[in-house]
Design a protein. Structure first.
Length: 224
């Protein structure tokens, strides 16, 4: 579920993340929660109706490993998002609905909006940290501000690594299809479909299918 104020392109992004098995919530530039998927509800106990429109600090009371309050009105992650800086993944302790504390590894993706100065921060939560080999680039140019482009035309070298088949699989992930559904649609085995997905994660340097889909929208990739 997401805020009714979200329209157009961002609504499509949110819709793709809604069925994700990864817990995801998204905040706006005012630190309000504007999206909350069912996986986040299962992890933390709050329903979307209880959190959407509310400040994340008020609901989740995020702290670092030492118990110091991290989430607040002056959230450093939001400040970095406003400056257009990338945020490295970090550990955080969040308080669930029944008061229990959940320790998570948080990956932040800055989803730039079409309105100047506006942005959304997707928080993808993991209860265990998974390291993938790093593919380093010497100098990655900024993504294009307007129309959606094919992966081959993207200024981001990670997107250009994708094969035609991998772009097709990524498009199906963005449409909310499961691995077995992708295998059936492409007339391939489940193992081959899983291999395509793992290759996508590796090439885009992300940790989950949700991050891959968010990356595609963030970089404005044409998936069809």
């Amino acid at each position: 579920m997401w805020s009714g104020a979200v329209r157009g392109e961002m609504a499509a992004v949110f819709g793709s993340l809604a069925p994700s098995p990864d817990p995801v919530f998204i905040t706006d530039r005012h630190n309000r929660i504007v999206f909350w998927n069912q996986s986040a509800e299962r992890m933390l106990g709050f329903s979307a109706a209880e959190v959407v429109g509310k400040p994340c600090a008020e609901r989740l009371e995020g702290c670092d490993a030492f118990g110091n309050r991290y989430c607040s009105e002056s959230c450093p992650v939001t400040a970095m998002g406003a400056r257009g800086e990338s945020v490295n993944h970090f550990g955080l302790q969040l308080k669930g609905r029944d008061g229990h504390v959940v320790t998570v590894d948080v990956t932040i993706l800055n989803l730039g909006a079409s309105t100047p100065g506006d942005f959304f921060l997707a928080h993808i939560l993991r209860t265990e940290r998974i390291e993938l080999p790093s593919l380093k680039d010497s100098d990655r140019p900024a993504p294009p501000p307007s129309p959606f482009a094919s992966s081959r035309e993207s200024p981001d070298i990670r997107a250009r690594r994708l094969s035609t088949r991998e772009v097709e699989v990524l498009g199906m992930l963005a449409a909310g299809r499961s691995t077995p559904e992708i295998a059936i649609a492409l007339h391939i085995s489940n193992l081959t479909a899983r291999n395509h997905i793992q290759n996508i994660l590796y090439k885009l340097e992300v940790h989950s299918k949700s991050e891959a889909v968010a990356f595609a929208f963030q970089k404005r990739l044409k998936l069809v």
